[in-house]
Design a protein around this ligand. Structure first.
Ligand code: BTN
Length: 226
């Protein structure tokens, strides 16, 4: 697999798309991003100290309705990586955040390129705080170095790249989810309400119970607070 290292780029997800015509898997890593992209059109703070990595992966016959597997695999790869450097267990906040002690350690942005009902390729973008100075974000984000003071960026990056290339099972994704069966706050169209998180369906949607009424919601429509 070709791996490219850059000092600074606007967004590794945007940059790696120039290789879409080459039909070959590839990884691009940057030390900083000037316009890091988050989910739902948000920006992603990408200063020195983090790992900003995009993985361009091509598929031969991957059904689009299984695309959640790509997200789950990326999240599991990050959790395995983190677990190699600290005993503190990471938690996956559905669908795509990795938390440590309830603070955000990593965000994942997947951009799929579809061809009919198949995923032709995906850009898996991972932003992982390793040695970041995050005080501007208040108490909501955390760096891996808080749990592993000696941690080295290069080792974490190598481990992450290895884990991405290994297989994973959905069971492992669920083993890092802790909010099922518990009460969460759901925000939908600017309004918040309490609900119980019941299960995650194979297509990645969340089943909730709102005062006895079962509902199925997707990550694009709502956000949750644990
Ligand atoms: C989120 O938390 O909303 C997702 C953040 C994803 C950030 C990563 S950093 C590497 C890749 N390039 C980007 O511009 N975004 C993703």
């Amino acid at each position: 697999m070709k791996i490219e290292y850059l000092e600074e780029i606007s967004s590794t997800n945007d940059y790696i798309k120039r290789y879409l015509t080459e039909q070959e898997d590839r990884i691009v890593c940057a030390s900083r991003q000037t316009s890091g992209k988050g989910t739902k059109g948000r920006s992603f703070l990408s200063e020195e100290g983090g790992i900003y990595l995009s993985w361009l992966k091509f598929y031969r016959d991957f059904p689009a309705n299984c695309a959640f597997r790509i997200m789950a695999h990326a999240a599991v790869s990050v959790c395995r990586t983190v677990s190699k450097f600290t005993f503190v267990r990471p938690e996956i906040k559905w669908p795509n955040d990795i938390l440590m002690e309830r603070k955000k350690l990593c965000g994942i942005l997947i951009e799929n390129i579809l061809c009919g009902d198949r995923v032709h390729a995906s850009v898996v973008g991972i932003g992982l705080n390793v040695r970041n100075e995050l005080s501007s974000l208040g108490n909501i984000a955390v760096s891996l170095s808080e749990f592993a003071p000696e941690v080295e960026m290069e080792k974490v990056r190598e481990e992450l790249i290895e884990n991405l290339q290994r297989e994973s099972e959905m069971n492992e994704y669920f083993s890092f989810i802790r909010f099922l069966g518990k009460q969460i706050v759901v925000t939908e169209n600017g309004e918040s309400y309490f609900a119980r998180a019941d299960s995650i369906l194979p297509d990645g949607r969340l089943q909730i119970d709102q005062l006895g009424v079962k509902r199925i919601v997707s990550a694009g429509e709502i956000s949750i607070k644990l």
